[in-house]
Design a protein around this ligand. Structure first.
Ligand code: NAD
Length: 520
């Protein structure tokens, strides 16, 4: 009830068909500890991607409301940054407990707004929860360094928060990615203005409520909504010192450029094209299962989806068996039992994926399994595309070059492991990759020679747990400090270095020294 009140005053809609319902739930802003109705006249329709039912209207938060969120964050920073890390950690411990208590509720919201399966939505929450757990054990990561540099003189460093920070999130992990951002930002003493994806903000709203219940003071975390105008506000507002962004190349480059030009620290995780290399000495059954799961899970809408398979040598003969595995996956609404593949996020996303499949056919690839036009019983209006496999793809085809972001596996062939590595290294993206093999030497060669930031060895989606960081590289990232782990803490803090002199006696100070100080 605190998330959505019923508005009888129907707003102007930006998208899709006119609303016929008498009452439509709206998503609130969360500003200075209160869930408040936006006064905007621009609303974005959010429809359940499996049914097209209107779930909520998301506001294009107004300039005044954005200012109010930044005012609240700037004002709260003064006190929040002075609290001890131990007390902030205590709040994170309570947040961790509350997220566990509400795990299913958040996951249900994700299924309704984003479309992934319930079990996968639970994983979305869980992988974010792990970052909250990291925030609960922050003290050792925040420790500074100290050196005695001369008699009576010490130099030491410590980390300080930046001030007001901002987060801008994509649609595909509605819980995990906000949780990559605000727990570490807050635990390190910053405040935050967070903008979830306008396509599925519900999980963030639940998390904001839980953060308030856990004791996050008013103004420390604020949630605003919208699209380009809100993003540009965040890039331009001088009181916002840093931006964490995850999403597409187009938006990410814009935000990185505009934010950096305004003197902000920006970390931007972008798109991907992840290759799996299948060597003939791999364990066949587990490899084929891993590839089908990683290509079609979450309907391929993961930045670490294994969307490109390179079959090396005799492994090329395994493709027919892969088709059988893909056919066995159940495509339906995410709350239906045993569903493996849910819908795509929007009608437009479905059309784009179908167009890219057709482009492969037009450019000479073989469509071995065609998921276009699939309509699960009871959900005929949903944005579904069934698992699709395209083989004989070459690197000049559009379906290879574009991030498809749908349940589509494009298959290439290579004669040797060297050839496969060359294909991967020539691709502009560098998020993740995986090799499937039982050969230690081949695995070691792959891990050292492949130019991607996250490498799986018989692990199809090697997303690191939060003691490490998410280390996508090359075209998949802008900025140099990664999300979560040690570098996540570094992103949200700046180093201060103090040099102090405490002499026992003033007696030996007889005249001023004008030379550059040396430490002896
Ligand atoms: P998106 O770029 O469309 O949206 C992300 C955010 O940017 C949203 O909050 C949106 O409001 C904003 N935005 C969108 N277009 C904008 C524009 N023109 N100007 C300013 N702001 C804009 O991304 P998406 O479709 O929500 O997410 C899918 C993409 O995110 C995929 O490319 C995927 O690979 C990527 N992604 C990357 C990672 C990673 O860690 N590398 C993780 C998850 C998703």
């Amino acid at each position: 009830p605190y998330l959505r009140a019923f508005s009888t005053n129907l707003p102007v809609l930006q998208q899709a068909a006119p609303v016929t319902q008498a009452k439509v739930a709206t998503t609130k802003n969360f500003i200075n500890g209160e869930f408040v109705e936006s006064s905007t006249d621009k609303w974005i329709e959010l429809r359940n991607p499996a049914t097209q039912e209107l779930v909520t209207l998301v506001p294009e938060t107004t300039r005044e409301e954005l200012d109010a969120a930044t005012d609240a964050a700037a004002s709260a920073f003064k006190q929040w940054s002075q609290t001890s890390v131990l007390s902030r950690q205590r709040i994170m411990l309570d947040l961790q407990y509350l997220i566990k208590q509400n795990h299913d509720r958040i996951a249900e919201n994700i299924v309704e707004e984003q479309g992934k399966t319930f079990i996968d939505a639970k994983g979305d929450v869980f992988r974010g929860l792990q970052v909250v757990e990291q925030a609960c054990s922050l003290t050792s990561l925040l420790m500074g360094e100290k050196l005695t540099v001369a008699k009576d003189m010490e130099t030491y460093t410590f980390r300080e928060p930046l001030g007001v920070t901002a987060g801008i999130c994509p649609f595909n992990f509605p819980a995990m990615i906000p949780l990559w951002m605000f727990p570490l930002a807050l635990a390190t003493g910053n405040t935050m203005v967070l903008k979830p994806s306008e396509r599925d903000p519900g999980a963030t709203m639940l998390l904001a409520q839980l953060a308030a219940e856990a004791g996050v003071p008013k103004g420390v975390l604020n949630v605003v909504h919208g699209s380009v105008d809100t993003v540009n506000y965040i890039c331009d507002e001088p009181r916002i010192k840093a931006i964490s962004f995850v999403g597409s190349d187009h938006a990410g480059k814009h935000i990185y450029d505009r934010g950096s030009l305004n003197g902000k620290r920006v970390q931007a995780n972008l798109g991907a094209k992840n290759h799996g290399v299948i060597l003939p000495d791999a364990s066949k059954q587990s490899t084929l299962n891993a590839i089908a799961g990683a290509a079609f899970g979450a309907a391929g809408q993961r930045c670490m989806a294994l969307s490109t398979a390179i079959f090396v040598g005799e492994a090329q003969e395994w493709i027919p068996e892969l088709i059988e595995r893909a056919k066995a996956l159940k495509v339906s609404y995410g709350m239906e039992p045993d569903t493996d593949v849910g819908p795509l996020i929007t009608v437009q996303a479905k059309e784009r994926v179908e167009r890219l499949i057709q482009s492969g056919v037009d450019q000479g690839a073989k469509l071995l399994l065609d998921g276009r036009g699939y309509k699960p019983q009871g959900y005929e209006n949903g944005n579904f595309v069934g698992p699709t496999i395209i083989s004989d793809v070459t690197t000049n085809m559009e379906c290879y070059k574009e991030e498809i972001f749908g349940p589509v596996l494009v298959c290439l062939k290579a004669e040797t492991l060297d050839d496969a590595i060359e294909i991967i290294n020539n691709n502009p993206y560098g998020n993740g990759t995986a090799v499937f093999t039982n050969s230690g030497p081949n695995a070691r060669k792959f891990q050292y020679e492949v130019d991607a930031g996250q490498v799986g060895i018989n692990v199809p989606i090697p997303v690191p747990v939060p003691p490490f960081s998410f280390t996508g590289s090359r075209g998949s990232i802008l900025g140099d400090l990664n999300f979560y782990g040690k570098t996540g803490v570094q992103f949200y803090t700046k180093l201060k270095t103090v040099t102090s002199l405490w002499k026992e006696s003033d007696a030996d100070h007889t005249r001023s020294s004008v030379a550059m100080p040396t430490m002896h």
